[in-house]
Ligand binder design. Sequence first.
Ligand SMILES: *Cc1c(COP(=O)(O)O)cnc(C)c1O
Length: 469
Amino acid sequence: MRYISTRGQAPALNFEDVLLAGLASDGGLYVPENLPRFTVEEIASWAGLPYHELAFRVMRPFVTGSISDADFKRILEETYGVFAHNAVAPLRQLNGNEWVLELFHGPTLAFKDFALQLLGRLLDHVLSKRGERVVIMGATSGDTGSAAIEGCKACEHVDIFIMHPHNRVSEVQRRQMTTILGDNIHNIAIEGNFDDCQEMVKASFADQGFLKGTRLVAVNSINWARIMAQIVYYFHAALQLGGPARSVAFSVPTGNFGDIFAGYLARNMGLPISQLIVATNRNDILHRFMSGNRYDKDTLHPTLSPSMDIMVSSNFERLLFDLHGRNGAEVARLMDGFKASGKLAVEDDRWTEARRLFDSLAVDDAQTCATIAEVHAECGELLDPHTAIGVRAARECRRSLATPMVVLGTAHPVKFPEAVEKAGIGAAPALPPHLADLFERAERCTVLANDLKTVQGFVAQHGNRGKPL
Ligand SMILES: *Cc1c(COP(=O)(O)O)cnc(C)c1O
């Protein structure tokens, strides 16, 4: 499989190089040159497969030429073997024909484990073949950092540096990062805010001299392998609910447009999906586009669903590419305009096409809490605030009661106790068994000044399993 850039100017790459690439050299994002398409009969024949075997069938076309079948099978079995539920992504029924796909049984209790557990193993496999080592640098306000560290902790060829804003992430989130000890794991608490951390990562990618030739890799949500891994659970859910003979609807809590874009790809690969709902919080740039053709940058609004607090949605460019007939020059023009003005609108017929593909809703904090309380009263389920936004959007945008509605359950409620508390149901969620002793575990973290040279000096001093590069 070859991958091309959404801006049309960068060289096409194979899977292995895309895995290591991050942004394309023309500033675009990589997408498959041709999407695989499965017939209904083929999809139907996968019913009842264990998750890792289904994952092999769905993702195999994306990695052929780079990873052998035998290696890929082994990697997938290992990846999904660490999940704490035998079904890996179980469905739980909330209401008549309404389901939550529980994507929070991985090591860090959020859906990002599905992609990052795989990404770490794929990286290590490819790097050991090449005899190379890499450094990962990332910034996190919470979920991504812990999932990336968990995904890379066993990697022999990767050193990972994750920056978080000192004293500005929740204790559960901090401990999920700092209690993973390993000589290739480096937690840095920056005396600054999340944007400061992110700026330092960007600056490091722009000028990599301090790494003395070691390659720098990104694990943020634009990495193609993350999107790829998320396609699988759409097939998994549909097969449990009578698909592909019957179509299924999905409601997806969305920030960077990664998870829902995976659903869009699943549909283009032949899975009958009748409805895809973009569910946002108050940071609603995607809803403003879908409902009014205004993709305009707004200020950041902190909410009770912090993992969806974004100003722009980095993967949206991948949709724009398809909406414009895969014309890279057109996408480059739109994105340049957006960079200059903070505003973007598309031609009417392209916007109509987007409206045909997606429904959308923005849900504020009060509605989020009301939904947590509503569902708890109905059936005793405790939702995390991100999932609650998905449920609210599902209930408001639903087109057919006869079609199963699946809400992606993106996090375990224990990660976001503030929202559960504000919902006023008095039930504090408990940590699951594999994290029960989280508050007793030893932590390791270095506090550094909000200064690029200091951070880069630290990476150079420790980037080779704790030793200098
Ligand atoms: C990252 C995250 C999201 C948003 O996912 P995107 O791929 O950015 O749309 C939603 N919920 C939770 C809990 C997350 O961690």
